[in-house]
Design a protein around this ligand. Structure first.
Ligand code: DCT
Ligand code: MG
Length: 391
């Protein structure tokens, strides 16, 4: 592999007098100059806007992160994701690799890729990964609703390359995967903010019908200001603690029967979605679904399609009111921002944060909060608004 002169120059050396500076090699000299940018270590300590100045670099690093995730190498995947995230916070586009000195989360491999792109316009590793049969097949197969990396990898090893290969194969598909295959094209078309809002109106109708006074909040990428996303995430709660219990099946049933039977625009087609790895999130009542959105609510390109509706992934979560602030914070994302919030809480504050609560291990008690601002403050963090959590 290419030796990385840049990381080698980043180690701290002995102090050198001004008079001796002329004897130094260029690389040694670099580390004496003040850093071009300062960036905090944890994503939850910095502002990451949606629009930034280094997309040509971050897309490349994120492709490598995705490819590592396909290979079930989470450590490597997170490392590339972190490197990309640091570049997203920079106030201007990077021109020279030297400008990155002193920045956290930029490992040797990421720096090598960045340097190559800055110098030659592209990275050989990124381009060959993008073109590889395995990457393309894994991307296509994990794009099926209900299919995770493990299943996609097994299929790949059995010769499956495209979703269409599954149509007439012996492979057993569960209900969610069958629906995923059936609506493959729709579900791999981005959901617009207008479509998310249209779905919000219908979900709110359902929620009000079964539990008046319940509140729904748009979370996920749309709450961070994204104009499109792969799904629509909603969090549902009720100001009277306990009223929310058993709400999910009622909402799903209302959408299924009321809206469906009247021949209106939507219903929840599939109640069993892809299983996510067991985590503290699963304690919430949650529903992954495929929502049928009537075409007049769709964005123009979808409206011209032959069928009259578009399938959209919708993720519903119900939270007790007392946990609502933690739930909003936990479901707003981004995934890296959430990961770093939890890591920061544990490593820096000796606290344990999830989408339900904050536990102070030192005082051995749960800390209450009724807003996101309060949670940041309990963690000793400057408040970062949702639009700046696009880490
Ligand atoms: N989440 C998380 N960790 C996960 C999965 C989800 O912290 N493993 C949280 C953070 C984001 C939120 O749930 C919604 O998840 P997604 O819909 O997958 O992410 P998104 O940011 O909304 O992305 P997109 O815009 O593509 O839907
Ligand atoms: Mg989402």
């Amino acid at each position: 592999s290419t030796p990385c002169w840049f990381t080698e120059s980043m180690g701290s050396g002995e102090p050198i007098s001004i008079q001796d500076r002329h004897k130094l090699k260029v690389n040694d000299k670099l580390r004496l100059d003040p850093p071009e940018f300062t960036v905090k270590n944890y994503a939850c300590q910095r502002r990451t806007p949606l629009k930034h100045n280094n997309t040509h670099l971050t897309h490349a690093l994120e492709l490598l992160a995705e490819s590592a995730a396909f290979g079930e190498n989470e450590g490597r995947s997170v490392a590339f994701t972190r490197a990309a995230s640091v570049l997203k916070t920079l106030p201007r586009s990077v021109q020279r690799i030297e400008e990155l000195r002193g920045l956290p989360c930029l490992g040797e491999h990421s720096l090598r890729v960045i340097k190559e792109i800055l110098e030659y316009g592209a990275s050989q590793e990124v381009e060959s990964t993008r073109q590889s049969e395995q990457y393309q097949a894994m991307k296509a197969l994990t794009g099926i609703f209900g299919v995770g990396v493990k299943t996609a990898d097994r299929w790949y090893r059995e010769g499956v390359r495209r979703p269409s290969d599954l149509m007439d194969s012996e492979q057993k598909l569960n209900q969610a995967q069958q629906a995923g295959l059936q609506h493959y094209k729709d579900l791999n078309t981005c959901v617009s903010k207008a479509e998310a809002d249209a779905i919000g109106v219908i979900v709110d109708q359902a929620v009000q019908a079964v539990l008046p006074g319940a509140q729904i909040t748009l979370t996920g990428g749309f709450r961070r200001g994204k104009e499109s996303g792969h799904d629509v995430d909603f969090l549902i709660t009720h100001p009277e603690e306990g009223k929310e219990e058993g709400l999910m099946p009622k909402v799903v049933n209302w959408l299924d029967t009321q809206v469906g039977q009247k021949g209106q625009n939507s219903y929840l087609e599939s109640k069993d979605g892809p299983a996510r790895p067991p985590s503290n999130m699963d304690r919430f009542e949650r529903c992954f679904s495929i929502f049928k959105l009537e075409s007049q609510s769709c964005s123009p390109p979808e409206r011209e399609k032959s069928h009259q509706w578009k399938a959209v992934r919708v993720d519903l979560v119900v939270s007790p009111f007392s946990q609502f602030a933690f739930a909003v914070l936990g479901w707003t994302g981004s995934k890296l921002f959430e990961r770093d919030l939890r890591r920061y809480a544990g490593q820096v504050k000796n606290m344990s944060l999830n989408s339900h609560s904050l536990f102070d291990s030192h005082q051995r008690c749960f800390l209450r909060a009724t807003s996101e601002e309060e949670i940041f403050s309990l963690l000793g963090l400057e408040y970062i608004p949702a639009c700046d959590r696009n880490a």
